[in-house]
Design a protein around this ligand. Structure first.
Ligand code: GRF
Length: 193
């Protein structure tokens, strides 16, 4: 889907569960003039997520939702998003699966980043599986979120070459660096910029 933008930046929320390195790169991107989005809200299901510190450092509102009761959490979350006029959601290492009902409410407006060349290696432990299969290449993908895990329309991908000496840790590092460049590029792309 193509979104159009005028002068006003589109309000965006980023959902995280852990380190938040993609969140950090998105914050830096949204501070640039060319960014069509502003980053107005950080959501986490995990109050201990390291990435929440970026909310403090960059003075961005953050909210934590306990997903043990998923329906309840999602209802409260929807209210929070509405209150903050959020139009786009970027999932960045968010480890909970959103319900169909939630996804429908933000149809075509939820993006995710995944550390593989989708449709290959959906789900968890991607680097481990990639190395086990002796793949020559891996990479990362930014895609729209639909009701099936890691299966929505692909927006952008970046391929990386796997070295003979590659370990899970080195591949993770190498791909994360590319993720930080790819997410902002994918956002520019959906706005035709
Ligand atoms: C990234 O590898 C992303 O592709 C995946 O989860 C990881 C999150 O890393 N969905 P970070 O929290 O952004 O550092």
């Amino acid at each position: 889907m193509v979104l159009s933008t005028g002068f006003k930046k589109i309000k965006t929320a980023v959902f995280i569960s852990g380190t938040g390195s993609n969140l950090k790169s998105l914050i830096k991107f949204t501070k640039k003039k060319k960014s069509p989005i502003s980053l107005d809200l950080i959501i986490s299901n995990n109050k201990k997520a390291k990435g929440l510190n970026y909310g403090k450092i960059f003075k961005i509102k953050k909210k934590i939702f306990n997903f043990k009761k998923k329906n309840h959490a999602e209802n409260l979350l929807l209210l929070e998003l509405k209150k903050n006029h959020i139009e786009i959601i970027c999932l960045a290492g968010f480890m909970k699966i959103l319900s169909n009902n939630f996804i429908k409410k933000f149809k075509g407006k939820i993006l995710n980043i995944h550390p593989s060349l989708l449709p290959k290696y959906k789900g968890l432990n991607t680097h481990k599986r990639v190395l086990k299969n002796n793949e020559k290449y891996s990479g990362c993908t930014v895609h729209y979120v639909n009701s099936r895990l890691d299966s929505g329309k692909i927006i952008l991908q970046k391929k990386v070459k796997i070295k003979k000496s590659e370990t899970e840790a080195s591949l993770k590092r190498k791909i994360l660096l590319q993720e930080h460049l790819l997410y902002p590029k994918a956002i520019l792309k959906i706005f035709n910029l």
